[in-house]
Design a protein around this ligand. Structure first.
Ligand code: MRU
Length: 351
């Protein structure tokens, strides 16, 4: 299985996802600027993966400053974390992972920087390793939702490229294939940055899984035509009432699924839940550069200087979500109830 983000010595090694599928290239990130740029420009992307990249990147970026005076080092640590936190605002995993690493440093003050830094490094590694386990558990929980010879529609990329493991929405698909069950995946290309056609199609094809790409605007007619049994997507943030922020276009698919009587499922680890907010309208939605629309992949695709509005995510109201597949099982509506149990479990483990 591919590794979207991992340690390589003291550097963070990622697959540069802006180059896929034309070129597979791994790059090493060491400085704060390199890590922040890689997250902003989607070289590494997907909610769990950007949390992991930020955690590992924070630790890597501090490596050259271990000899600094401890007070200056601690101030630098907070500055680096603040910079990384603002790189992408919607996926709550980013702030969650940074907070976990910061908490370790704050709890272990020392006269030297080496001890706290090593503890931060261990915590960042634990976040990566834990995510591998979370993905597998999501996969196992989600298997029951996929019928034999099922046709699954997905959007964007919530696979191995988006996590530390086998993905969230794609995890049950990988496990079904591992058990030699036949599954067909229909993936929307996911404009404007094409994570569906560039990334999901690439990783599923590589794994020998039957995958078909459709343009985003073919989704409505494709649902009945290709016999889609279920829609299964990832998430960037899920609120206490079960509203789901995910890649722009997800909300439209949820409406289409409801119209066609197809179940609409969301898969996410506990690190994607934000219990501090009730309603999805409080989720900050990232807006991307107009150039990504006007000049798609370098070609003029709209008149120069035409006004563009480019939200990267939308919010699907809980009412359209048939179930949420988590590392702690499949949650059903009403989510205010089922998520309370998840929140209690997370508080108990200080996650
Ligand atoms: O802008 P991206 O590519 O980071 O958006 C990714 C998504 O919307 C994914 O569906 C989500 O992060 C879940 S990844 C397991």
């Amino acid at each position: 299985m591919i590794s979207a983000v991992r340690w390589h010595g003291d550097a963070v090694r990622i697959i540069d996802q802006t180059l896929l599928p034309a070129e597979y290239r791994e790059i090493d990130l060491r400085t704060l600027d390199e890590v922040a740029e890689a997250i902003r420009s989607l070289r590494v992307r997907g909610a769990p993966a950007i949390g992991i990249a930020a955690a590992l990147g924070l630790v890597a970026s501090l490596r050259p400053f271990l000899d600094e005076e401890p007070a200056a080092f601690r101030a630098r640590l907070e500055r680096h974390a603040a910079t990384l936190r603002t790189t992408r605002p919607t996926a709550v995993n980013l702030a969650w992972a940074l907070e976990r690493v910061l908490r370790v440093a704050r709890d272990h003050r020392d006269t030297s920087n080496r001890g706290p830094w090593e503890r931060m490094r261990a915590e960042a590694t634990a976040i990566l390793e834990e995510d591998q386990e979370l993905c597998r558990r999501i996969g196992e929980a989600g298997l029951e939702l996929i019928p034999d010879r099922g046709v699954v529609m997905t959007h964007c990329n919530a696979g191995a490229l988006a996590t530390g493991g086998i993905g969230t929405a794609l995890a049950p698909i990988y496990l079904a294939a591992e058990r030699r069950r036949v599954v067909r995946v229909v993936v929307t290309e996911t404009r404007p940055l094409l994570q569906g056609s560039r990334l999901t199609a690439w990783e599923l094809q590589r794994a020998g899984i039957d995958v078909t790409v459709i343009s985003d605007n073919a989704a409505a007619s494709t649902m009945p035509r290709l016999g889609v049994d279920l829609v299964l997507v990832g998430a960037d943030r899920i609120t206490a009432r079960g509203d789901v922020a995910n890649k722009i276009g997800t909300y439209g698919l949820a409406v289409l699924a409801r119209h066609h009587g197809v179940p609409f499922y969301v898969a996410a680890p506990y690190s994607t839940f934000d219990f501090s907010i009730e309603s999805g309208d409080r989720i900050p939605i990232e807006e991307r550069s107009a150039e990504e629309i006007r000049r798609g992949f370098g070609t003029l695709t709209a008149p120069e200087a035409v006004p563009v509005f480019s939200p990267a995510f939308d919010v699907t109201p809980a009412e359209l979500v048939s179930a949420i597949v988590t590392d702690r099982g499949v949650l059903r509506p009403p989510y205010t109830e089922s998520l309370r149990v998840l929140a209690a479990g997370r508080a108990a483990s200080r996650g």
